[in-house]
Design a protein around this ligand. Structure first.
Ligand code: NAD
Ligand code: GLY
Length: 361
């Protein structure tokens, strides 16, 4: 087992990575300082892994909250279900919340932990590749609003993150690919050598070779931990983690939450960001082809939905946390391995990308 530390002063915490970590109760119990524990999960994950987790927690008062599955349930209404359970059982302010699931459960449950009685400790047990390499680390929690993705939320760090690579065995191929989109992101934004490694090893990753999966999870978590430690609340460098996300969030919201997986929308959005970076004179045609080809090899979509117009996208992109005074600001690529900080873009160039990239048939 390997451990990476997220260095945030008195809010520092470990990320435990290994195979079989769900069956290592010590990892979990050393971070529980209360008698009351609530495990939040969903109806897909509960039959697979809930017993594994609660079997080790018999010495505690345990509640479980099983939410419906899907991005469309990443709402304030789901948070209310958690609050109802906690208040009905008179859970106190020192109770511990465990988020067992993918990014949707981690984001909802983490935000519920941030809000319940102004904050209770929580632990992340991410069960998708995407959650293991990205969403469980760094303390971004929140829910969607009908008018914008992740618009309601808080920065709230977990006590620890427990990653068990074994749980990826039950993840379907489409979800695995969605996680690979965020892995490719780390290569693009700051690690050209890692990008080349993914290109050379994509078949192994798709075949779920354990060594390859371990390597991409560790290298991604290390990158994320370094970036979060440098800029926890995204006043600077952390924004580069949003490469492709402004385009992607517009696709997710515009197509209807749940139509595209988050990682799929990020893959398309990253290709659009690469296209715009080329129009800015930063990337070459060959760079863009290399990026699009890798997403394709990872079995991810690379073209925007035909029924989402450029104008509709612009409207949706205007609701983004990176925007300042109503100006759309994007993370673009200066080269493969180097992202820009958020920059205001020329609207006509942005429209060219939205109208032309992936639209010609
Ligand atoms: P998800 O949470 O919806 O999980 C994907 C699907 O896989 C779900 O149906 C889930 O029930 C199922 N599942 C989960 N683990 C499984 C397992 N081990 N075996 C079988 N099925 C399993 O999606 P996701 O891709 O994990 O997360 C996407 C969400 O994460 C989005 O809402 C996105 O906004 C958010 N996100 C947050 C951050 C952050 O920093 N907080 C970063 C990236 C993404
Ligand atoms: N996933 C973006 C971030 O954590 O900042």
């Amino acid at each position: 087992m390997n451990t990476i530390q997220v260095h945030l002063g008195d809010r520092s915490y470990p990320i435990y990575m290994g195979e079989g970590n769900l069956n290592n109760p010590e990892l979990l119990t050393q971070h529980i300082k209360s008698k009351q524990v609530v495990v939040v999960t969903n109806e897909t994950i509960a039959p697979l892994y809930l017993q594994n987790v609660i079997a080790h927690l018999q010495q505690y008062q345990i509640e479980t909250v099983i939410l419906p599955d899907g991005e469309q349930y990443k709402t304030l209404a789901s948070m209310d279900i958690i609050f109802d359970a906690l208040l009905t059982k008179q859970y106190s302010r020192n109770a511990t919340l465990i988020a067992l699931g993918g990014g949707v459960i981690g984001d909802i449950a983490g935000f519920a932990a941030a809000c319940y009685q102004r904050g209770i400790p929580f632990i992340q047990i991410p069960t998708t590749l995407l959650a293991q390499v990205d969403s469980s680390v760094g303390g971004k929690t929140g829910v969607n609003h009908a008018l914008g993705k992740n618009m309601i939320g808080a920065f709230y760090q977990p006590q620890c993150v427990i990653i068990d690579i074994k749980v990826l065995d039950t993840l379907d191929d489409r979800q695995l690919a969605a996680g690979i989109a965020e892995v490719i992101k780390y290569g693009l934004i700051r690690d050209a050598e890692f990008f080349a490694w993914i290109e050379a090893n994509i078949e192994k990753i798709l075949a779920r070779d354990k060594q390859a999966l371990t390597y991409i999870i560790e290298r991604s978590c290390l990158s994320k931990a370094e970036i979060v430690a440098a800029d926890e609340r995204e006043s600077g460098i952390r924004a580069i983690l949003n490469l492709g996300h402004t385009f992607g969030h517009a696709i997710e919201t515009g197509a209807g939450y749940g139509t595209y997986l988050h990682g799929e929308a990020v893959a398309i959005g990253t290709c659009q960001a690469a296209d715009l970076s080329r129009r800015m004179g930063w990337l070459s045609d060959a760079d863009v082809r290399r990026i699009v080809d890798l997403f394709k090899k990872a079995l991810l979509p690379t073209e925007p939905p035909v029924n989402l117009s450029a104008e509709e996208c612009i409207k949706l992109m205007a609701v983004d946390k990176k925007n300042v005074d109503g100006e759309i600001r994007l993370i673009l690529l200066k080269s493969i391995g180097e992202a820009s900080l958020p920059i205001g873009v020329d609207k006509s160039q942005l429209l060219e990308t939205l109208n032309e990239y992936g639209r010609s048939k």
